[in-house]
Design a protein around this ligand. Structure first.
Ligand code: PMP
Length: 372
């Protein structure tokens, strides 16, 4: 044990994956469970996009691309960002998934003791990378309705605050922040001159109107978007980071770090991603809206839950008060869910991913209802 302590870097102690591991250990024994734990769509990559990837591989586009991304893809993304947000000359970096972009951004920005404000519940990666780098996560509670806790964020800002992280639509809550909330946050960020990182990987999975982006209102925004969820290409490892030209140096530093780490995102998939940018995904989104409705209508009279408005998750209050205990009970009954404390400093809820077939959603609803 002692030898192992010496072998491993101290930073490994700052990562805790025990919550998820416990779920998977319990799940390993199940046969054909209702899997409500998955973080990826249940549809496959659309055929025309697969064809583009195959075409690129066959045409020999299998070497490194430029560090910041294939020029055609990068320019197309920059053009879209310019049209959407009016940024005159956006800087873009194509990364190995949004996860890759997040790591590069934190490496480029976080010094030990820097504080990062994060609404709680939150997507797991943020906390663990920030901790690993010696930064400090300052969680602001967004329970019970999971709206953006503007006043709490304003109060949490001090001279150590490096950035605020937004994730809308949100994993794990399915919350979509309103235009009003986003504008209020942009005003605070501008007044205090604080960087906002906005993780918009679920931007297309938005069921009740638009998903407003803070990039409309705040020039000092690091915008992260990806291909994994919109086109079900989680294994293709593609995402991007974009900023207005005022933060060009951040993208340049991230590109330098990419040069010495990931080198570049997978080249043939970058070629295929150009076609993905124009691909119409509204059929998938319509199907996922139906799944959201099915799940919400199936649970709302028995469980305490806020109607999710985006992504493909619901964050449900655990009967009995302990997320972990309820998850154990659910798994014993063949339903895989994730305890809230994986995504939160509290253990009062559990996360359902409804990215599965309608039949499985129905089966899961019935089992969960029977557990109360
Ligand atoms: N951000 C959020 C909020 C996510 O849920 C995920 C995937 N679970 C990611 C980023 C990372 O996605 P990827 O690296 O596949 O682009």
């Amino acid at each position: 044990m002692r030898a192992m302590d010496k072998l491993l870097a101290e930073r490994t102690n700052r990562i805790d994956a025990s919550g998820i591991r416990k779920v998977f250990a319990l799940a390993a024994e199940l046969k054909d469970p209702v899997n409500f734990s998955i973080g990826q769509p249940d549809f496959d990559v659309p055929d025309p996009l697969k064809e583009e990837a195959i075409k690129a591989i066959k045409a020999g586009q299998n070497k490194y691309s430029q560090t910041a991304g294939d020029a055609i893809l990068k320019n197309r993304i920059a053009e879209q960002i310019k049209n959407e947000f009016g940024w005159s000359n956006p800087a873009v970096l194509v990364a190995s998934g949004v996860s890759g972009g997040l790591l590069l951004a934190f490496l480029a920005l976080i010094n030990p003791d820097d504080e990062v404000i994060i609404p709680d519940p939150y997507f797991v990666i943020y906390k663990h990378i920030i901790n690993m780098l010696g930064g400090r996560c300052v969680f602001v509670d967004s329970y019970p309705n999971f709206e953006l806790p503007i006043e709490k964020i304003a109060r949490a800002i001090n001279n150590k605050t490096k950035m605020i992280i937004l994730n809308s639509p949100c994993n794990p809550t399915g919350a979509v922040y309103s235009e009003e909330q986003i504008k209020a946050l942009a005003k605070i960020a501008a007044e205090k001159d604080i960087l906002v990182m906005t993780d918009e990987i679920y931007e297309r999975f938005c069921y009740d109107g638009e998903c407003p982006s803070i990039a409309h209102y705040c020039e000092k925004t690091l915008l992260l978007r990806g291909f994994s969820k919109s086109y079900a290409m989680t294994g293709w490892r593609l995402g991007y980071v974009a900023t207005s030209k005022s933060l060009k140096n951040v993208i340049e530093e991230m590109t330098k770090i990419q040069q010495y780490t990931f080198v570049c995102a997978p080249t043939p998939f970058q070629k295929a991603a150009v076609a993905a940018l124009d691909y119409e995904t509204s059929d998938f989104v319509d199907a996922y809206r139906k799944k959201r409705n099915l799940l919400y209508e199936g649970l709302k009279d028995k469980f305490e839950l806020i109607k999710p408005r985006g992504a493909f998750y619901a964050f449900v209050k655990a009967p009995g008060g302990s997320g972990s205990n309820f998850v154990e009970k659910a798994i014993k009954n063949n339903v895989l869910i994730i305890p809230g404390n994986v995504f939160s400093e509290k253990d009062t809820h559990f996360r359902i991913s409804y990215a599965t077939s309608d039949a499985k959603i129905q089966e899961g609803i019935e089992i969960l209802r029977s557990l109360i």
